[in-house]
Design a protein around this ligand. Structure first.
Ligand SMILES: [Cu+2]
Length: 469
């Protein structure tokens, strides 16, 4: 038998997991021990020690909550509490979450399992948990005021139901929802099928993450909860690129990625280099006759999608939200478009007034990724991330699917950048450049390169986050 320690592969450790066999009868009458997670590293899959076997999921920059078996019931203990979440190296957010992290731990069970979940509230206000997508008795649905009393600070409630259908689910509060979800309270739930299922394929790697968004002023720590639409941090599991771990797979693996959306807008999730099918939603498995190939699937608010593909193309493939503002980090969006505006001379004058003024965007925004722009202490650059060929110029909802022929089964570690075979990387043409042929109907002229008008007015706008001058 393999011990759980063997699965941790040095990526950090879940503290104080409790095996049912080591717990006395009196202890079993009490609450399950609280298991908490200190760091944001992706934890290796938690192999089931008891109950029906299954291939566990990997939660991106997250972990799965251990349980204890009590008389055939799987018992979990969730603690709603304030947490500090590292969103990217050097940038910490003060959020609310569960068991030390936001999002909370993934809960994994098997179809037919009786599940008992103790929920302890250590928040300054009442809460509840709604088990999104589950078939359960109405009084276990977690809508405070409607199906139960709210869980007051310091109190512990018990939820109990049978995980009736297999699939992809999530959990989140249904009490002061606007505040509590804007603060990061959410978690993933996977119910594995109890036997081979005609619509649920066995996969080699099974990843999951939630989409969440925050509005945190550069230099501050706490999200502005009143924000309705203009968020500045778009996250996979409360992490932003380059803080999001890659999805590392072996060439030829059948891969499943499960995504749930708890932001205020939709996210078209796009994978490079492969086609996938949507094989399930929070409503259950999709009939085979209703599946079609995609490279992007839109995940609307409150929805979950599970996509599957064979990872048969080696390389480092981008996986990201296709809304280009969602692959950026915190930055004011009220910066005017300056492309084509010639700042020569003007920037010098402004620098006399505002010493660290920087002209942004006259040749596009890519300079932002390479400029050493002064940042407040607690934030992340808008466009960043070093790849093997330079800056990736990304942020937010962006990560990499790493497909490797020599990745060992069960190994999720990142072994570095892809080594491209000779002659397979786009490169500079060093031959002669011919004059482009122009169509006579197009007037034989392209658009002028610069605005010719001498009357262009340029207002001085400082980068967001600069309030000290
Ligand atoms: Cu998006």
């Amino acid at each position: 038998m393999v011990s759980r320690r063997d699965f941790f592969l040095g990526a950090g450790a879940i503290t104080a997991a409790v095996a049912a066999s080591s717990v006395s009868r009196t202890a079993m009458a009490g609450l399950p021990e609280i298991v908490s997670q200190g760091g944001p590293d992706t934890q290796p899959p938690l192999q089931p020690k008891n109950g029906a076997p299954y291939r566990p999921v990997v939660t991106l920059n997250g972990w799965t909550l251990p349980w204890r078996m009590n008389n055939g019931v799987k018992e979990f203990h969730l603690v709603a509490e304030p947490v500090v979440r590292e969103m990217a190296p050097g940038f910490k957010a003060h959020l609310w979450g569960y068991n030390g992290q936001s999002p909370g731990p993934t809960i994994e069970v098997v179809e037919g399992d009786r599940v008992r979940i103790f929920v302890t509230n250590r928040l300054p206000e009442h809460t509840s948990i709604h088990w999104h997508g589950q078939r359960l008795p109405n009084g276990m649905d977690g809508v405070s005021g409607l199906t139960q009393k709210a869980i007051q600070p310091g109190k512990t409630f018990v939820y109990e139901f049978v995980a009736r259908r297999p699939g992809t689910f999530m959990y989140h509060p249904h009490a002061d929802e606007m505040t509590q979800m804007a603060m990061g309270m959410m978690g993933f739930w996977v119910t594995h099928p109890k036997e081979p299922h005609p619509l649920i394929e066995e996969v080699d790697r099974d990843f999951c993450f939630l989409l969440s968004a925050y509005d945190i002023e550069p230099g501050s720590f706490t999200p502005k909860i009143m924000t309705m639409l203009d968020f500045n941090l778009w996250t996979f599991n409360s992490r932003i690129f380059p803080g999001i771990d890659p999805l590392v797979v072996r060439k030829g693996d059948r891969v499943r990625i499960r995504v749930g959306n708890l932001t205020m807008t939709n996210h078209p999730i796009h994978l490079h280099g492969h086609e996938f099918e949507v094989t399930g939603t929070d409503g259950g498995p999709v009939p085979k006759s209703a599946r079609w190939p995609e490279v992007t699937t839109d995940v609307a608010v409150g929805q979950m999608r599970q996509v599957e593909f064979i990872a048969d193309e080696e390389g480092d493939w981008a996986l990201h939200c296709h809304k280009s503002h969602h692959t950026m980090n915190a930055m004011g969006h009220d910066v005017p478009t300056m492309i084509g505006v010639d700042h020569r001379g003007l920037a010098k004058k402004i620098t006399g007034l505002i010493p660290d003024y920087m002209v942004m965007g006259e040749r596009g925004m890519a300079d932002m990724a390479e400029m050493e722009m002064p940042l407040p202490d607690n934030t992340a650059p808008m466009m960043t991330g070093d790849g093997p060929f330079g800056s990736v110029e990304m942020g937010g909802m962006f990560t990499v699917l790493k497909v490797r022929a020599d990745q060992q089964p069960g190994d999720y570690r990142d072994h570095g950048w892809y080594r491209h075979p000779e002659g397979t990387v786009a490169s500079e043409w060093r031959g002669v450049l011919a004059e482009p042929a122009r169509s006579s109907r197009a007037g034989g002229q392209s658009m002028p390169r610069q605005q010719a008008s001498p009357d262009v007015e340029v207002n001085v706008r400082k980068p967001a986050g600069h309030t000290d001058h």
